[in-house]
Design a binder for this molecule. Structure first.
Ligand code: PLP
Length: 409
């Protein structure tokens, strides 16, 4: 299936790396891999080596790479209209909004270009809703430790992590508070008359694939209702069938006032969306928020097709079934090798395998064997495969993982 990659880096690879290091802002710690082409759940590097993709460009290519139906829509729409700006009514944008709203309990959509911008829109809406609809000076956004909400100044401040993500960027915007993950009493204490919203993920992705307990997320929603502040969910990574439901909050019967999505929305084209209930959306008026590219023709046409295919092919069901199969296979390995794997956790095809001891060598060895995944916090193998991946590919990955764990010293 996958050929064994040769060990020595090629001249093509070495040359690319040295040019990258010369001209790009060095903000990324890149894996030693240069990808040139991708089809379905397969990646091909600059030397033509094949890899099984267990990452989907970080939960983006949910339908796999180079999906023929998406390519067709993309090229057809590009010939009609690529971009015209939000000064005009746009049929494809309205169509996409209608489709997205049919999958959830929200009533209105704002389109933007990334996850961070979707959260930025949610934060701005929460503040403006409190000021202009509730006539209340409530501006504070409460988030959880370990969360990730983006890299703009507001969203990195909302992010419940310390270290490099925040260092050197001070002063950070005011009005953000972080409380410990899973501690409902701490949240109760933190909520005040100044609180505009509580923003949480359903499964913390960048945080190392940590699903929030069901009882806890229900309590968070209840607390928000009691305190009269907004309950907002960041579904940028968990949305669009990734966890086995169209939206992860639907696992728990939740109904957020606002939620955000992005990564998988246009399967690789940059697009984000903020969805809100009717009364909350009234917080925005003409001129209060905008973006040039949001909801453009090609983006909206492709995302519409993404939603159609997800519903037609029941990709939520597929993610649930394949996720269960993979988690069971990994737990079997954990049971056999309890001194090598600490936990296997996840929801649908969003899975973390926490290793005991450092994971760098394991991660590199998996890549040598033709499997691409992510390593979070140096010890969690993070899997976000395309939802169209085969069961055989997942089991082949499990077999490789077990083999490496059994042979390493
Ligand atoms: C990726 C991610 C973001 C940020 O999205 P960008 O498109 O990188 O700005 C925010 N929240 C969550 C949960 C994410 O996974």
């Amino acid at each position: 299936m996958t050929q064994a990659p040769s060990q020595a880096p090629s001249a093509a690879y070495n040359s690319l790396v040295s040019r990258d290091k010369k001209v790009l802002c060095q903000t990324y710690g890149r894996y030693p891999l240069a990808i040139e082409r991708a089809v379905g759940s397969r990646l091909y590097d600059v030397d033509g080596r094949e890899y099984v993709d267990l990452l989907s460009g970080i939960a983006v290519a949910n339908l796999g790479h180079s999906h023929p139906e998406l390519l067709e829509v993309m090229s057809r729409q590009a010939q009609d209209l690529i971009h015209i700006s939000n000064l005009f009514y746009q049929p494809k944008q309205v169509e996409l909004a209608e489709k997205l709203l049919s999958t959830c309990a929200c009533d209105r959509v704002f389109f933007c270009n990334s996850g961070a911008e979707a959260n930025e829109a949610a934060i701005k809406l929460a503040r403006r809703f409190m000021r202009t609809v509730r006539y209340k000076d409530a501006f504070e956004i409460i988030t959880l430790s370990g969360s990730f909400h983006g890299r703009t100044l507001a969203t990195l401040t909302a992010t419940g992590q310390s270290g490099r993500i925040k260092e050197g960027f001070e002063p950070l915007p005011e009005g953000f508070t972080t409380v410990p993950f899973g501690d409902i009493e701490a949240l109760k204490d933190a909520i005040s008359g100044k609180t505009a919203a509580v923003l949480i993920e359903m499964v913390q992705g960048e945080g190392g694939v940590l699903p929030l307990p069901e009882a806890y997320v229900r309590q968070v929603q209840d607390l928000c209702h009691e305190a009269n502040c907004l309950f907002m969910v960041d579904e940028i990574q968990t949305g669009l069938c990734r966890t086995g439901r169209f939206w992860a909050h639907q696992h728990f019967g939740l109904s957020p006032d606002v939620f955000t999505t992005a990564k998988g929305l246009a399967n690789g084209l940059p697009m984000g969306a903020m969805l809100a209930k009717e009364h909350v959306a009234r917080g925005f008026a003409p001129g209060s928020h905008a973006t040039t590219f949001g909801g453009g023709g090609v983006l909206s046409a492709v995302a519409s097709k993404v939603v159609d295919i997800m519903l037609r092919d029941d990709l939520a069901g597929r993610a649930r079934d394949l996720g269960n199969l993979a988690i069971e296979a990994f737990r079997k390995i954990q049971t056999a090798l309890p001194d090598k794997i600490r936990t296997v956790r996840g929801l649908g095809l969003m899975i973390g395998i926490e290793l005991i001891g450092p994971g760098e060598a394991m991660h590199a060895e998996l890549r040598e064997r033709g499997f691409v995944c992510n390593l979070a916090h140096g010890k969690v193998l993070r899997l976000l495969p395309p939802l169209v991946i085969s069961a055989d590919d997942l089991l082949a990955f499990a077999a490789a993982l077990e083999d490496i764990l059994r042979t390493d010293t």
